[in-house]
Design a protein around this ligand. Structure first.
Ligand SMILES: Nc1ncnc2c1ncn2[C@@H]1O[C@H](COP(=O)(O)OP(=O)(O)OP(=O)(O)O)[C@@H](O)[C@H]1O
Length: 366
């Protein structure tokens, strides 16, 4: 006989991690405020935000290195409140790699299994396998001081992965590496994550890392989540002025709402009136302070489009595939305009021009 469906709707696939309203205070200072997050099986999640916004504290709560004051943490559907780190089915990797200075590479890599009190012979066998998999067998007897940055990173990763955790927590894991190594290591880690199906929660303040690696990007500011979604959602539809300003390449304008008509909101700014699609948002009250953004690559120069602003070019920066122009409007608003490939006309520093964009390309913030 087929099983009766569970009451209360469809069965939801088990999540690797769920945070429900996490709050963490240090004295009267709130470091993490009402953070809720769902991590699906095998997902690559990036926590992105400026220094001090609470990313590391959130990660430390998941790891069991801090206990939240409020909220629930579920790993694989199980409440882990009060459990020590080694009982949480997680592993953690830090920016400075936190290797034990007096321990050989082989000993460090086996440390997690020793904590779990596995038989000696099993540990030795597994360590040999993992050293080989991470191509560090030749380094087995070295101490951390005898390793390069890239080698330390591999050792730290091998040590974290040996227990085959459900979730790997990575705090700025490539921050200490030379720029030349970062790209390669990022690709390796992404491939490793896909191959193993382990969920990665990767803390970074580098948006390039977050948007190129994450399946799900969580943007934090002042202890709270400002926005979370796919990289594409966050990039193309920043939910708040903070997110738009934090992500490179957005122009943020502020003004007062007019009366919305046919899904379009007029916004009066010191630089003139602009039209912004509501795109599903409720129309703000006329007179309310609002903000919106337009991506620098969607701005055009000298084209007769719905929205136009006069601005003076202050800087031109070259980025290989495109040129970024930084401009200033008559009222001092800084604007960016990107030009790709060979262009007929080149805007130069000191010149005044008209920037324009289509109404559909503007994004209204909450
Ligand atoms: N043990 C502590 N005692 C007091 N305040 C703390 C403690 N740990 C963190 N904080 C404060 O909590 C806030 C959040 O810190 P957290 O390390 O989580 O930020 P972050 O987003 O990871 O920053 P960064 O990118 O600089 O590492 C900061 O203002 C920090 O000074």
């Amino acid at each position: 006989m087929p099983e009766a469906p569970m009451p209360g709707g469809p069965i939801i696939a088990q999540l690797d991690l769920e945070l429900r309203g996490i709050r963490k205070r240090y004295g009267s200072f709130v470091a993490v405020d009402d953070v809720s997050l769902k991590v699906e099986k095998g997902q690559f999640v990036c926590l992105l935000g400026p220094s001090g916004c609470g990313k590391t504290t959130t990660l430390r709560c998941v790891a069991g290195l801090e206990e939240p004051d409020d909220g629930d943490i579920l790993i694989g559907g199980r409440q882990v409140t009060g459990d020590p780190p080694w009982k949480r089915d997680i592993a953690m990797m830090f920016q400075d790699f936190a290797l034990f200075p007096h321990m050989s590479v082989a000993k460090q890599v086996g440390f997690g299994l020793e904590m779990l009190k596995k038989p000696r012979a099993d540990i030795a066998k597994r360590v040999a396998e993992v050293l080989a998999a991470f191509e560090i067998t030749a380094l087995a007897e070295r101490r951390p001081a005898q390793l390069s940055g890239g080698q330390k990173q591999r050792v730290a990763l091998a040590r974290a992965m040996i227990t085959e955790p459900r979730i790997l927590l990575l705090d700025e894991p490539i921050g200490a590496l030379d720029y030349s190594l970062r790209e390669t290591v990022m690709l390796e880690l992404k491939a490793l994550q896909k191959r193993t199906g382990i969920s990665f929660i990767w803390v970074t303040h580098d948006q390039n890392e977050a948007f190129s690696l994450g399946d799900h990007v969580v943007v934090m500011n002042h202890a709270k989540i400002e926005q979370q979604g796919s990289p594409d959602e966050v990039l193309s539809r920043p939910a708040t002025a903070f997110v738009a300003g934090f992500i490179q390449g957005n122009n943020v304008l502020r003004g007062k709402a007019g009366a919305a008509d046919a899904g379009v909101l007029p916004v009066d700014t010191p630089d003139g009136r602009f039209l912004v699609p509501l795109a599903g948002r409720a129309a703000p009250m006329p007179g309310a302070e609002v903000s919106f953004s337009i991506r620098a690559e969607l701005v055009q120069e000298g084209e007769p489009l719905d929205n136009a602003i006069s601005a003076r070019c202050t800087t031109v920066e070259f980025f290989g595939a495109y040129r970024r122009h930084v401009l200033e409007s008559a009222t001092g608003v800084v604007l960016k305009y990107d030009q790709f490939g060979a262009a007929k006309q080149r805007l130069r520093e000191g010149e005044t021009t008209t920037l324009a964009w289509r109404t559909k390309d503007a994004v209204l913030h909450a």
